[in-house]
Design a binder for this molecule. Structure first.
Ligand SMILES: Nc1ncnc2c1ncn2[C@@H]1O[C@H](COP(=O)(O)OP(=O)(O)O)[C@@H](O)[C@H]1O
Ligand SMILES: [Mg+2]
Length: 251
């Protein structure tokens, strides 16, 4: 079982009209590592997350998650198999508390929006909310409404909402985007902690952060995978330096 890849993407293509957003993408990611995906804007990183999560269908190719083919499956089926993501569009309920937000996320994962449906599952969701509050370090803010949280704490809550679905794999798309140094540090520490119990693939623009936390880096450019390897091998790769790291001076 341990040899089954976490995620296996085989010859995946995604076209938007004439635009080839993903071109023959092949990628096999092992379990037990913190994976990062980097690449210039428009490289196809978010599109890859979108096809993996079933948000949009592939044009061709196959996607396997922990050995099960789930190419073009429905979002909720993929989610139920244990795949969760955070979105750049914030999805917290601003007028609810941290704990209520987490409770609703856990509750909706159990498919019981009606409070009359299953008392046991409600209790489980309440417990889950508290466990996740602790995991993301927001226990002291559990009764604050989300609208009172800092940008960094909102980002932690976003991760919490994804964790409430008890995923086997969590996809994070630029989770520290727009954060200052202190919030970045807080979030990065949490990501590292969470990665000890839940597999993570992170798309991140901040190269310094990526080289610090990732066990393995995949570099994308123009809809293709340019290179994959340890931070050391990626830093030393001349193709990567030419295509990406070298022209990083104005952004
Ligand atoms: N829903 C869409 N419709 C049309 N074009 C899209 C759509 N999503 C992404 N694209 C295009 O696909 C390319 C890859 O985008 P994206 O995956 O968002 O890149 P990245 O996340 O690496 O910056 C870009 O040229 C983008 O404009
Ligand atoms: Mg993107």
């Amino acid at each position: 079982m341990s040899n089954v890849p976490l995620l296996e993407v085989t010859n995946v293509n995604k076209r938007f009209g004439g635009l080839k957003a993903l071109q023959d993408v092949n990628l096999s990611l092992e379990t037990g590592k913190l994976h990062a995906i980097i690449g210039p804007n428009g490289a196809g990183k978010t599109t890859l997350f979108n096809v993996v999560t079933g948000t949009i269908p592939v044009t061709s190719g196959r996607i396997k998650f922990l050995g099960t083919d789930m190419t073009n499956d429905k979002i909720h089926r993929i989610s139920r198999r244990g795949l969760a993501r955070t979105l750049q569009i914030k999805s917290v309920f601003a007028n609810m508390t941290v704990r209520e937000n987490l409770w609703i996320a856990a509750q909706s994962h159990h498919g019981v929006f009606s409070p009359f449906k299953s008392w046991k599952k409600c209790v489980r969701s309440v417990e889950m909310a508290d466990i996740i509050c602790e995991q993301i370090g927001l226990t002291s803010l559990a009764d604050q409404t989300a609208s009172n949280l800092s940008h960094g704490d909102i980002a932690l809550l976003e991760m919490g909402l994804a964790l409430a679905t008890e995923p086997k794999l969590l996809l994070l798309d630029e989770p520290i985007c727009g954060m200052g140094p202190a919030e970045t540090e807080q979030t990065v520490i949490k990501i590292q902690e969470i990665s000890k119990s839940t597999a993570i693939i992170i798309i991140e623009h901040d190269i310094e952060v990526v080289f610090k936390i990732a066990d393995e880096i995949t570099v994308m450019a123009n809809g293709t995978v340019l290179a994959k390897g340890t931070p050391e091998s990626i830093a030393a790769n001349s193709d990567v330096r030419n295509a990406y790291l070298g022209d990083d001076d104005d952004d």
